[in-house]
Design a protein around this ligand. Structure first.
Ligand code: TYD
Ligand code: MG
Length: 477
């Protein structure tokens, strides 16, 4: 069979070229040319070699179609496929949507294959048809993993294959309801000359799999790799095409893993799922606050944060260490929080309360290896740093305390949502004082929540309330 002609197109300006060039002759950008397969046009005419239409007008004029008012569009509520894991289902927005494409990324060894094997096992056990396509591992290696996951996992059909054409033919034959491609970077199409994993190949592979998913209502899960910088390698270009992008993260040395949605056309992107890697696969952590707070001690430099991750309150310990240094400039080392956020908080602290930190290294860590992204974490970071700098624990007369709130540049505490649910979680864990922005106390709070709340308007007041108790406690009225 003759090889399909391929062409190269610039991802930046669209300039087409017959051969690969390091620099695009159109826009002058470097390294933007990507190989593409030339597809025949819908009416059977071959496409021009540069992949564009031949420029001739279609023989028949196209018929006009009438737009539909949105309210009259059938929203097509379809039953979702449950994956057997409440955590995964919640992050997906209630399960896998048939005909959708999910991209899951994460560094090597984090547990992507384990999570996917378990999900397929549960779908297969529930009477669904699942297929695991492994381009990375042999069928024997996949089996070894499945052995650890239990008998259901062994019932999943596996196809160890890297050729896109063979995979598509097998998919058309098997017609699975859920299919995992592990990983999208290992599959390659013989239409293209690029190596597997190159941008052109990844786009081609994902495009073909997506067409299959949409046509046959199969829930397609593409596993993708992550580069050293933490972005999805190659598949970055896929993030637009897929319906849902999940990121599986955690530290390999520790057992906790978090799953979050970076994009989700069928649900919220605020949800996280928490898992723990055990000898028998990934365990769901239904009560993450309990796990994350287990080792928290009321010592200087430790602050309990009442965070919200999506619809779910989460208590985590934020730790800080302030150490004198001769290094100029001193180091700022954030772990689990954003570096710029830490710089901003230190600047506000320097202006509104804490002792000078100009000649001290500051380390901040969210215990348990979790990453916290919400602005409500600001106050806990500030409190932990101030507590470490003053070497005073944050306790309300010896009883455990916590806080939440966003810090503004002028040192004011800003409103964050869901005060009630955060307080409820805090009271469930026996915390006795929660410092929070004064505005949040205007929310409707439960009596138990009101009992814990210490509303304060500014960062300076918050430090007074929590450190040394100089300002005393001023409970919400
Ligand atoms: P894996 O799912 O292969 O990671 P990825 O596909 O993201 O590269 O598994 C990652 C690690 O998890 C591996 O080093 C072994 C470990 N593991 C367990 O601790 N328990 C288990 O039950 C399984 C299956 C794996
Ligand atoms: Mg894997």
């Amino acid at each position: 069979m003759a090889k399909t002609a391929t062409s190269f197109a610039c991802t930046s300006c669209g300039q087409a070229s017959f051969r690969w060039m390091g620099r695009c002759p159109g826009c002058g950008e470097w390294n933007t040319l990507v190989e593409q397969a030339a597809r025949p046009l819908a009416d059977g005419r071959p496409a021009r070699r540069d992949g564009r239409a031949t420029g001739r007008r279609p023989s028949r004029p196209a018929e006009a179609r009438k737009p539909v008012v949105l309210a009259e569009v059938d929203s097509g509520e379809v039953a979702r496929l449950r994956t057997g894991s409440d955590e995964l289902d919640r992050v997906l927005g209630g399960g896998l949507v048939p005909g959708s494409v999910v991209l899951i990324g994460g560094s090597p060894g984090i547990g992507k294959s384990t999570l996917m094997s378990a999900a397929l096992a549960s779908i297969q056990a529930g009477g669904g048809r699942a297929l695991y396509v492994s381009g990375e591992e042999s069928a024997a290696q996949v089996r070894l993993r499945a052995d650890r996951l239990g008998p259901h996992a062994l019932a999943v059909p596996v196809l160890a294959e890297t050729s896109l054409e063979v995979v598509l033919a097998s998919l058309a034959h098997e017609r699975p309801q859920a299919c995992v491609i592990d990983s999208v970077q290992t599959l390659w199409s013989s239409d293209l000359t690029g190596a597997p994993g190159s941008v052109g190949q990844v786009q081609e592979v994902a495009g073909a799999l997506e067409r299959f998913a949409r046509e046959h209502g199969c829930a397609m899960i593409l596993v993708g790799h992550v580069t050293k910088e933490g972005t999805l390698a190659g598949p970055r270009v896929l993030e637009h095409a897929v319906d849902c992008v999940l990121q599986f993260e955690g530290e390999r040395e520790r057992s906790f893993r978090t799953l979050r949605a970076l994009k989700n056309r069928f649900g919220s992107t605020n949800e996280i799922g928490v898992f723990e890697m055990r000898a028998g696969g990934l365990d769901e952590v239904a009560d993450p606050s309990d796990r994350f707070l287990r080792d928290a001690e009321p010592v200087a430099g430790s602050c309990v944060l009442c965070a919200m991750e999506g619809t779910r309150p989460l208590l985590v310990e934020v730790q800080a260490l302030v150490a004198p240094t001769d290094v100029v400039p001193p180091r700022r080392v954030p772990n689990g929080i954003d570096r710029n956020r830490l710089s901003m908080i230190l600047a506000v602290l320097a202006r509104h309360g804490a002792p000078a930190l100009g000649s001290a290294d500051v380390f901040v860590n969210v215990a348990g290896g979790v990453r916290i992204e919400e602005p409500g974490a600001d106050l806990a970071i500030a409190m932990a740093v101030a507590s470490a700098a003053r070497n005073e624990p944050l306790t309300a007369g010896g009883s455990p305390s916590g806080c939440f709130g966003e810090i503004g540049l002028t040192g004011e505490l800003r409103y964050v949502a869901h005060a009630d649910r955060r307080l409820e979680e805090a009271s469930r864990f026996g915390l006795e004082q929660i410092v929070l922005p004064a505005r949040c106390a205007d929310d409707e709070l439960s009596p138990a929540g009101r009992d814990l709340a210490v509303p304060v308007p500014t960062l300076a007041k918050a430090l007074d309330a929590a450190l040394g108790g100089r300002a005393g406690r001023s409970r919400a009225a």
